[in-house]
Design a protein around this ligand. Structure first.
Ligand code: ZN
Length: 260
C-alpha cells in the first residue's frame, strides 16, 4: 500500500476529525505515524469549540499536536462567542501550538466579509499576546490578506499555498513561512510549483490538508497524513534536491515554528 510516513516528517496541517466522514480511519493513520520515528502531525481546528473533543480522541504522545482557531468560512452569527471560547482556551494555557486556522475566504461568498476581517484581526492580536504562530487560510482574498499581514508582525505559515511566485515573495517579506499541499502535484499547478522553487530552505513546510486535496497519485481517494510522502517527493523534484533534504528541512522548520 502507499500509506506510510517518512521518519521525522511533520504534516503541518490536517483535520483528523473530518477523516471518518470521508471513509478514513484516523486511528489507523495515527498508529502508523506513531510507529514512525519522529513523524508528527498538527491537527488544525476550524472552530474553537471542538478542541477538547479533538484532544480526547486524537492525543497520541508526541505524534499529534493541536491548534485552535476560527476558520473564515466558519464565521457566522455566533462568531463573537466562538472567539470568546478561543480566548478562554488561551487564558487556560491549553497547550495548543498555534492559532488557526484563521484568515479570509471570499471564494464561495463574501456575505460575512466584515466579520471575517474582524475575526482575523482579533486572532492576530491573540497570537501576539500569547506568542503563538498563526496558520493562515487565504482564498480569493489575496490583497485584503496582504493588508492584514502588513500590520501583523508575528510568526506564522501560509497554509496550502496556492498563489504564484510573486505573491509568495510578498508573503515571505511579511515574515510568513510557506506550506505546500497536495495541489502542488496537479497538472495545472505550474504557478504553485514556481512558488515552491523560490522559498528559502528555512521557510518551507509541507502538509496534507487531509482529508481534502489528495496529491495527484492519490486523486479520487480521500487524503490522509499517510499520503504526504507524495508531496514531499514532488517538492524534492521541483526544487531539484533529495527527498531526505526536504524531509529534514520541512521537519525542522515545523518543529521550530510550532515549538514541538
Ligand atoms: Zn485546513
Amino acid at each position: 500500500m502507499d500509506e506510510w510516513f517518512y521518519e521525522g516528517s511533520v504534516d503541518s496541517h490536517t483535520h483528523l476529525s473530518i477523516y471518518e466522514s470521508k471513509g478514513v480511519d484516523p486511528q489507523q493513520v495515527l498508529e502508523r505515524a506513531a510507529r514512525t520515528p519522529g513523524a508528527a502531525i498538527i491537527d488544525v481546528g476550524i472552530v474553537p469549540e471542538d478542541l477538547d473533543e479533538r484532544r480526547r480522541r486524537f492525543s497520541h504522545g508526541e505524534t499529534v499536536h493541536f491548534s485552535s482557531g476560527l476558520h473564515p468560512t466558519s464565521v457566522g452569527e455566533e462568531w463573537r462567542e466562538q472567539i470568546k471560547t478561543l480566548e478562554g482556551q488561551l487564558e487556560a494555557d491549553s497547550g495548543i501550538v498555534a492559532i488557526g486556522e484563521l484568515g479570509l475566504d471570499f471564494y464561495h461568498s463574501d456575505s460575512f466579509a466584515t466579520q471575517q476581517a474582524e475575526a482575523l484581526h482579533i486572532q492576530f492580536s491573540l497570537a501576539m499576546k500569547h506568542a503563538l504562530p498563526v496558520i493562515i487560510h487565504n482564498r480569493s482574498s489575496e490583497e485584503q490578506m496582504m493588508q492584514h499581514l502588513s500590520s501583523f508582525g508575528g510568526r506564522g505559515v501560509m497554509h496550502c499555498f496556492s498563489q504564484d511566485a510573486d505573491y509568495c515573495r510578498r508573503c515571505l517579506d511579511q515574515g510568513m513561512d510557506i506550506s505546500f499541499g497536495g495541489n502542488l502535484s496537479y497538472k495545472r499547478s505550474d504557478a504553485i510549483r514556481d512558488a515552491a522553487r523560490m522559498v528559502p530552505d528555512d521557510r518551507l513546510l509541507v502538509e496534507t490538508d487531509a482529508p481534502y486535496l489528495p496529491p495527484q497519485p492519490a486523486r479520487g481517494r480521500p487524503n490522509s497524513s499517510a499520503l504526504m510522502h507524495y508531496t514531499i517527493e514532488t517538492l524534492a523534484e521541483v526544487r531539484s534536491t533529495s527527498v531526505e533534504h526536504i524531509v529534514r528541512i520541512t521537519g525542522e522548520n515545523a518543529r521550530r515554528l510550532f515549538g514541538l
